[in-house]
Write a protein that binds this ligand. Sequence first.
Ligand code: SF4
Ligand code: SF4
Length: 120
Amino acid sequence: MSRRSEIPTTPDGLRKYQRVIDDQDICIGCGACVSVCPTNAWELDENGKARLIWDWCIDDFSCVPVCPVNCIWKSGETPEETKHKDNWYRFSRDLSPEEQKVFEEWAKKYGVTGKPAMSQ
Ligand code: SF4
Ligand code: SF4
């Protein structure tokens, strides 16, 4: 069932979520995560790898168990080296300065140094 209406639109809303992280070096592009996500927060990128739309994830974690190669983790459970890889996520839109701060707090909390892909 779609839960698009639950996508946060405020800094406080964005702050609520831990989110998930994927490793595009392991991803086989099967699309299972894309199919199961209630907010359409996964897409296949230009290389056919899963990319998260960061601000659309609402922590239901239904994508984690469906991945056949186990390359999606809750942010707090992600292997260290994966958190330093680039391009596995993007934003759906330009973030406001306050939202950008929330993103930076999130990255610091989970030790994510990988850079986002350019928004499309
Ligand atoms: S945890 Fe996964 S399935 Fe759930 S909203 Fe986030 S990206 Fe989508
Ligand atoms: S379910 Fe896993 S392997 Fe399939 S596209 Fe998503 S991240 Fe990649």
